[in-house]
Design a protein around this ligand. Structure first.
Ligand SMILES: Cc1cc2nc3c(=O)[nH]c(=O)nc-3n(C[C@H](O)[C@H](O)[C@H](O)COP(=O)(O)O)c2cc1C
Length: 305
């Protein structure tokens, strides 16, 4: 698989571990990198210790997963052991952060930037207390405000992670680009959804509602990446339901530069990275093409109305 330059850093391939799937342990993340992952993302780090929701928090539905983990975090300033281990890393690192207000985002971003990750991913897909429980990622002004504020206090490239809940995700992406984002990551989980255990007559999740991920959301993710590609000129990490090399091809054709995987790691294990790299290489070779040549290929003018 080709080496890639992404926002000035060299990645060994175009596959990314999504945030929140394997935690923040340096040893585990190194194994994921050794297993064929080009860029690993930390679980979102928040402003204060948070337990998250009660179990069950993640349920496999076969065609995807539903989760309400509830953003558990030790808090950015209580991760000394993790930061120390990550300082000696030999792999590219994307640090995901969240906050409940612009000020909280600034505080977490400033601290995390000093730990020198390769990128900071701003998770604007979580509830926004400044805007009465809305998501930063569904409001252009709020998305601009967070991105702009974080950009000013960090010294590494900024990736804005968007939610498919936005009525027009292209406009949110453009607001982030205008505010200084260097790349977009899309999408976070879809929904929220609910699944009911009809024998128990109750929702399967303790929190009742949860975010959807895995194969069932791939068409939503592909549509979002497609819309974002038309709205911005910065690179996109395409994420949501990617499980095979052909899924990655679909993301690239929609406009993604890199392809992320979350639920697929739970389905196929960390071996999924090597497998998808091979499947992707096989597809590209069989079609006498390259990843770069197919980025945005689905936007060919012939298909425009
Ligand atoms: C159990 C679980 C926990 C997650 N935690 C986070 C998180 O902390 N921060 C974040 O930005 N996204 C989080 N996500 C969303 C994923 O990073 C990803 O955007 C989403 O699952 C879609 O990709 P997938 O279909 O490949 O899983 C989580 C997803 C799952 C399933």
């Amino acid at each position: 698989m080709e080496r890639i330059t992404f926002l000035g850093k060299t990645l060994k391939n175009p596959l990314v571990l999504a945030s929140g799937i394997l935690g923040n342990n340096a040893g585990i993340l190194e194994r994921v990198h050794n297993a064929g992952c080009g860029l690993v993302t930390l679980k979102s780090i928040g402003p204060a210790p948070r337990d998250g929701h009660n179990n069950p928090t993640v349920v496999d539905l076969g065609f995807g997963m539903i989760n309400a983990v509830g953003l558990p975090t030790p808090g950015y300033d209580r991760m000394d052991a993790e930061w120390q281990a990550l300082a000696d890393r030999t792999f590219p690192l994307n640090a995901s952060i969240y906050g409940g207000s612009v000020d909280e985002f600034i505080r977490v971003a400033q601290f995390v930037s000093e730990k020198e990750p390769d990128f900071i991913e701003v998770n604007i897909s979580c509830p926004n207390s400044d805007h009465h429980g809305m998501l930063f990622g569904v409001d252009e002004k709020a998305a601009f405000a967070v991105t702009n504020a974080v950009k000013k206090v960090i010294s590494v490239p900024l990736i804005a992670k968007l939610t498919p809940a936005a009525p027009d995700i292209g406009k949110i992406a453009k607001a982030c680009e205008d505010a200084g984002a260097d790349a977009i990551c899309a999408i976070n989980t879809a929904g929220p959804g609910m699944v009911i255990n009809i024998e128990a007559k109750m929702p399967v999740l303790a929190f009742k509602k949860g975010g959807l991920s895995g194969p069932m959301i791939k068409p939503v993710a592909v549509r979002c990446v497609y819309d974002i590609y038309r709205a911005v000129s910065i690179p996109i990490i395409g994420l949501g339901g990617v499980t095979t090399g052909e899924d990655a091809v679909e993301m690239f054709m929609a406009g993604a530069t890199l392809a992320g995987m979350g639920s697929a790691v739970r389905y196929r294990g960390i071996e999924v990275f090597d497998q998808v790299n091979r499947e992707l290489d096989d597809w590209l070779t069989a079609h006498h093409t390259t990843r770069e040549a197919i980025i945005g290929a689905a936007h060919d003018r012939r298909h425009l109305p």
